[in-house]
Design a protein around this ligand. Sequence first.
Ligand code: SF4
Length: 413
Amino acid sequence: MTSRDATIELKLTEADAAAVRVDARRAGSGSVQPGSGRTNLFDLSRIELEDFFEQTLGEKRYRAHQVMKWIHHRHVTDFNGMTDLGKALRAKLEQHAHVHAPLVVFDKASTDGTHKWLLGMDPKNAIEAVYIPDKGRGTLCVSSQVGCALNCQFCSTATQGFNRNLSTAEIIGQVWVAARHLGNVPHQQRKLTNVVMMGMGEPLANFDNVVRAMSIMRDDLGYGLANKRVTLSTAGMVPMIDKLGELSDVSLAVSLHAPTDELRSELVPLNKKYPIEVLMDACVRYALRKPGTSVTFEYTLMKGVNDQPQHARELVQLMRAFDRAVQMKGAAKINLIPFNPFPGTRFERPTDVAIRTFQKLLNEAGMIAPVRRTRGDDIDAACGQLKGQVMDRTRRQAEFRKRLGGQGVDDAA
Ligand code: SF4
């Protein structure tokens, strides 16, 4: 994140501010604008929307399907534009509901086709979403929280502190904004083929809203994505991995970043609560629910920290143990991510030679371990660089700024 972006103020007009104002209920289901008493339909899964039509509007349940298509396939949010609905129903909808998308504060396109949005979630907070086109696919990286409380040491988001969970509407709203921009039409003109919950925040710490949003992503009346094309990435909230396995069938990615507890506890403090063995057991349980399930382990390579041959060998042992436990060769996939530096960080990106050497050691041991290409670094959209604008409630920003001051960096957080 550049210092210009990092210090951007949310200059909202009064009307904008009113439009994005939220009340305390917003972090739960069914966000409502204060005083309006109206339900934001972005907050509702298919079944909840059917219930809403039946119980609140006194309408047939199938009517909900028409409205979902208008919202998610045609990107229409004004009920008057939903022309196959009768006038009386449109009036009823107007009275009880609205479709409120996040405010696009700004968006930027990279020369490599990557696109980043800064989305205002309320007058003080904004998050980032990034679209990454590639051969035959288009992946949207979505945020789940305003900031993050987990404090992973190498993460730019962590330096921003934490404010709150995003509502379902705020999560699915990111997908809607990107889909509208891309002219995405599920099953016809598909530009959005994958969604990864890898933006700001720990998705499993905002479980209900994330699971509901992912159900809309996978619904044919939503964004029609196959289960395996929606990926949830976690730092390792073990009980929630088990809960996710009971309720959902999305792809699981785990931010591993170190092969030993000693090192991982330093990089990912959550490891002190759920050490590697406990985490790997949870991953095995997740994979064993359904034959053929693999789990991706993300490994951010940091110079002199976790990029040595010894680390590669230890990682191989860990991955082999996983494959054995789920009785499937290649069940553990490793994603190598060269560290993307940000102002004030103490970590560095390894040299290309060191990255290739690490990868080679894994490949020679039979591991699939692609190195993730850096995308969108000219617009600060690369992996680990998302920061948005967070009204910190944890005092972490203040501590980070103090630390930076000591390093002679004046404007980085
Ligand atoms: S890496 Fe993920 S879980 Fe860790 S602090 Fe950053 S956003 Fe939170």
